[in-house]
Design a protein around this ligand. Sequence first.
Ligand SMILES: [Zn+2]
Length: 364
Amino acid sequence: MAKHSTSILNADSMGFIKRYLDNVSAVGHEVKGQRIWLNYVKPYIEHSFSDTYGTAVGVINPKASYKVVIEAHADEIAWYVKYITDDGFIYVCKNGMSDHQIAPSMRVHLHTKSKGIVQGVFGWPAIHTRIEKEQPIPDPSKLWIDVGAKSKQEVYDLGIRVGTICTYADSFEIMNNDYWTARAFDNRIGGVIIAEVARLLTNSNAKLPFGLYLVNSVQEEVGMFGAGMIVESIEPDLAICTDVTHDTNTPMMNKNMDGDVSCGKGPVLNIAPSVHTKLFDFIEEVAVKHKIPYQLEVTSNETGTDTDAFAYGNCGVPSALISLPLRYMHTSVETICKSDVEQTIQLIYEVILALSPATNYHYF
Ligand SMILES: [Zn+2]
């Protein structure tokens, strides 16, 4: 594969990205997205399975005893319907760490079992009616959704009930060629990245000396639970996780707190207690050797990603975290740079080709 290729993603990849990103995959409701993902990776894997909560796994070389995981999480943050008033307004609670500050005046989709998607909006009092000294703050307990219903019964008649999932209506868009914006790249773009690695491996006829497990975990946004479950059933020897991380070069970000990361400067190698030093060094060497640009980020204590679940699961799995820089995390306009996506795919691809099951990750 050509170095610094700017054409890793082809028309098929772009079709998959739009399909996968525009689909809804709320925490606990990931199955439809998992089917889209599995369908796309199917030509590039030999075996697939899932667990009872919906984590999907595609395997290359499934008979090998040494097992390497490359991982992403499939779930997205959302809202639940919590309470419906007699006059037809809907109060909500968070499913994952949704940002209540951005909710007022957003369009939402309510995903009903019986009537499909119902359109709604987060309401907000008009600026003219607000008292200067008492500006309302978007408090999660005060936010409401209006679906144009006059009564609780009309809301029920639309198929909405307590527990109905609500998501922002925003979809995948390209901005100025190189930047992409969408609801919840976090971390469905990781699912795209590991799928593309599998495609490149198939296209290059790579023969791996280990089993490669593409893992698309559920329920990361509420506590890394999907990864925590699947690490016990796969029992991997090594795991490379993907997630998104904050671009700190947009206004109002704080580099003192969150480090110096930029969209357009390549994948981010994370340094943290759960990241195995030897594996980190190996990945960095591969990046240098193949002249793939990369950035460094350090996290004290937990990374807050599925990496922790893999690292500390199954009696300790040597793990690493490769992140994609992302602007405006947990908003409806998460923004990423295409070249970062392609360089992350390239880095993981080169790491997989260079990995050896003979490497000893024990220190003594
Ligand atoms: Zn997240």
